[in-house]
Design a protein around this ligand. Structure first.
Ligand code: TGC
Ligand code: FAD
Length: 394
């Protein structure tokens, strides 16, 4: 699914439709022309470049797989995955922005929202005029979100929210936050989703600083102190942990596609460098040990591409299962992280600078390994599917 004959050894491109290739190539052109020349500065400055948002919207990135009746592009999941691959070839921060907007914010509004909520938010979000975030993780409940402490108490025509969320992508720049909270109605403590709007009294967001990863992305803490949320802002269509976990299925499938973009950027950069860097009187690409690294990288890229393409097709046929998503996220992120580390070594000392892409991708992929379900959580999801035994806790 790469445009280069070297990374598309298996001619996977031939398995794509003309529309899928066109969606990918449009975004690839933007990344090469407008994003990659500047990403080093954005990463150093620790800021997400808001100026790229209108262009992403014009290319149909936000809400790409959602229906056209809400102003979205109505693409299939393979085309959407390929777009994410190109965004991540730019930087994981850029892809994260699109994943959160689409899979974690627009998707739940579309899947579980009222018609009024859909009409209000989806067209604006597709145009990039409204930004969304997704608040599930809490300081003491990351891998185990079912234990969350954030509470929503019914009070007449409102719910009153108290609690906090952390590690929330786009938190400080979001116009709307999907916040998952336990509704405390005496006996019933079901998890529900709420649409919190920027500026609601008692709702604040603070950026997290000191990150070495996902620097070109805003990551925030959210705090709720007696936030009065109209009952009309409750997502009516779902309750229980199933709600947020359904959104994660969609985002995790996107990540499986996306990380191949980071892997390709590392592989291509390392190959080019190895061909030009001379040591012991010849290009380092001519040493067998370097060739082994490049062969391992290419082999993993080909496998990851095949896994994600099959996953996308299953999703488009409505046949995908959470276990299939876990396998793809687990395999492809680990492969991409190992490729980035190996590419970094080919660049030698130069590889620790941001003049070359490997270390930035490597650092970003450390977050991707942890978010959207850690590598270990996906191991246990597969372990449960294989054995029927739940090894999570208790
Ligand atoms: P468990 O008892 O297994 O399930 C509770 C209910 O949820 C249902 N369910 C699912 N539904 C849809 N999709 C899935 N993948 C589902 N997995 C489970 C299940 O059927 C049950 O439904 P019901 O109706 O019977 O109640 O739940 P558990 O508490 O044992 O937890 C299971 C576990 C550990 C796998 C889950 O909690 C988990 O996935 N933890 C990881 C948390 C996580 O991934 N957080 C991500 C936060 S968002 C983020 O990282 C964004 S990063 C930014 C970016 O993407 O760029
Ligand atoms: P913990 O759950 O404390 O895990 C720590 C370690 O223990 C991990 O290695 C884990 O695999 C392991 N572990 C935990 N339980 C088990 C077990 N049962 N068996 C074996 N090992 C176990 N969250 C959101 O809600 N919205 C966002 O937009 C968002 N964006 C993020 C952006 C970034 C840059 C990062 C880094 C995180 C983001 N997250 C977001 C949070 C992310 O989803 C969590 O970090 C993740 O779910 C893991 O939770 P934790 O960090 O609390 O780790």
């Amino acid at each position: 699914m790469s445009r280069s004959p070297v990374t598309d050894l298996y001619r996977i491109d031939d398995m794509l439709t003309a529309e899928e290739r066109a969606a990918r190539d449009l975004v690839a052109g933007f990344i090469d022309r407008d994003y990659l020349p500047k990403v080093g500065r954005w990463f150093r400055d620790g800021k997400f470049p808001m100026e790229v948002v209108p262009t992403l919207a014009e290319m149909g990135v936000f809400g790409a797989p959602l229906p056209t009746e809400y102003g979205c592009a109505g693409m299939n999941n393979v085309a959407y995955g390929l777009i994410l691959q190109e965004l991540e070839r730019g930087d994981s921060g850029l892809r994260s922005f699109a994943s959160v907007q689409t899979s974690l914010c627009m998707y739940p509004i579309w899947q579980f929202g009222s018609e009024k909520q859909k009409r209000r938010w989806l067209p604006e979000m597709a145009k990039g005029r409204a930004i969304g975030c997704f608040g599930l993780t809490e300081p003491d409940f990351g891998s185990d979100p079912g234990g969350m402490r954030t509470r929503a108490r019914k009070d007449g025509e409102h719910y009153v929210l108290n609690g906090s969320k952390t590690w929330i992508t786009n938190g400080s720049i979001a116009d709307v936050a999907i916040v998952w909270a336990k509704v405390d109605d005496g006996d019933s403590k079901s998890i529900r989703g709420f649409l919190l709007e920027k500026g609601m009294p008692g709702f604040t967001a603070q950026d997290i600083h000191g990150k070495f990863s996902l620097r070109a992305s805003f990551t925030s803490e959210l705090s709720f102190q007696d936030v009065r949320v109209p009952a009309a802002n409750l997502l009516p269509g779902v309750q229980g942990l199933r709600g947020p976990l359904s959104c994660l299925n969609s985002a995790r499938a996107g990540i499986a596609f996306a990380v191949t973009g980071a892997a390709i950027a590392c592989f291509e950069g390392a190959r080019e460098y190895a061909l030009s860097r001379q040591m012991f009187g010849k290009p380092i690409a001519g040493f067998q040990l370097t060739q082994e690294k490049l062969a391992d990288m290419l082999q993993e890229i080909v496998k990851a591409q095949l896994v994600s393409l099959r996953l996308g097709r299953l999703k488009d046929e409505g046949k995908v299962t959470p276990e299939q998503v876990s396998l793809a996220k687990r395999n492809n992120v680990k492969a991409a992280l190992e490729i980035a580390r190996s590419a970094r070594s080919i660049f030698g000392a130069n590889g620790i600078t941001d003049e070359y892409p490997a270390i930035r991708h490597m650092l970003n992929l450390e977050s991707v390994f942890t978010y959207e379900g850690t590598h270990e959580v996906h191991t246990l999801i597969l372990g449960k599917a294989i054995t029927g035994l739940d090894a999570f806790g208790g």
